[in-house]
Design a protein around this ligand. Structure first.
Ligand code: SAH
Length: 216
């Protein structure tokens, strides 16, 4: 399997052909080796047009969903970004390539540790990982220029809105445990919020104080 060829095909047929325009994002998706973020047995499928299991009943998102959500964050290079739901670490790697610093929170320890290893192996040292409930955000490091939640939330956690800086963008799937709407919120400089519904989507559930309970 030639991963470079598979990755180029993925970017052309799944990302560019579906309307993603951000040049830097396209370059990042051509560069970051997605197969490093899945288990070895699954490496051959790493560039398929689908989410994949990563253990602990969690998934690495479909490549197009990663691209779409990232494009909505409008990263230019200097941003401090918060991600909730590190999972495999792939989304964090894309963010780390496009922004200055990434803070990512994962509640399941073995996933966080595996993500750390994968990110280190690629020399992506501008990613900080915390094992915690991300529905509380990352208070000590706020405010953030951009926040991305990669698990489905019953509602938008207030703490995340609080930790979004002026002009900041928040992207989050909101809905039931089975289907959500991808929502983007922009915090204007005067603190008011502009909300936009982007598309239907389906994520694993956000579990925490301001999310779903683990047993739901
Ligand atoms: N961004 C990931 C996708 C991970 S799937 C990637 O690129 O692979 C969603 C992840 O969110 C899961 O790993 C899940 O454990 C995590 N998660 C769910 N609720 C969370 C919470 N409250 N805080 C932190 N992580 C959470």
């Amino acid at each position: 399997m030639n991963f470079d060829v598979a990755r180029r095909r993925m970017v052309e047929s799944q990302i560019i052909s579906r309307g993603v325009k951000d040049r830097r994002l396209i370059e990042a998706m051509l560069k970051v080796p997605r197969h490093v973020f899945v288990e070895e047995a699954m490496a051959a499928q790493a560039y398929s047009d689908t989410p994949l299991p990563i253990g602990e009943k969690q998934t690495i998102s479909q490549p197009f969903m990663v691209a779409l959500m990232t494009e909505l964050l409008e990263l230019a290079g200097k941003e401090k970004v918060l991600e909730i739901g590190t999972g495999s670490g792939y989304q964090a790697a894309i963010l780390a390539t496009l922004a200055d610093r990434v803070y990512t929170v994962e509640r399941i320890r073995p996933l966080a540790l595996r993500a750390r290893k994968a990110l280190d192996s690629l020399g992506l040292l501008n990613v900080n990982i915390k094992i915690a409930d991300g529905t509380l955000g990352w208070e000590e490091e706020a405010p953030f220029d951009a926040i991305i939640v990669t698990a489905g939330a019953p509602e938008i956690p207030d703490k995340l809105l609080d930790q979004l800086g002026p002009g900041g963008r928040l992207v989050i799937p909101v809905g039931t445990q089975f289907e959500q709407v991808l929502v983007r919120i922009v915090k204007r400089d005067d603190g008011s919020l502009v909300k936009e519904q982007v598309t239907g989507c389906r994520f694993v559930k956000l579990v925490g104080r301001f999310g779903w309970s683990a047993e739901d």
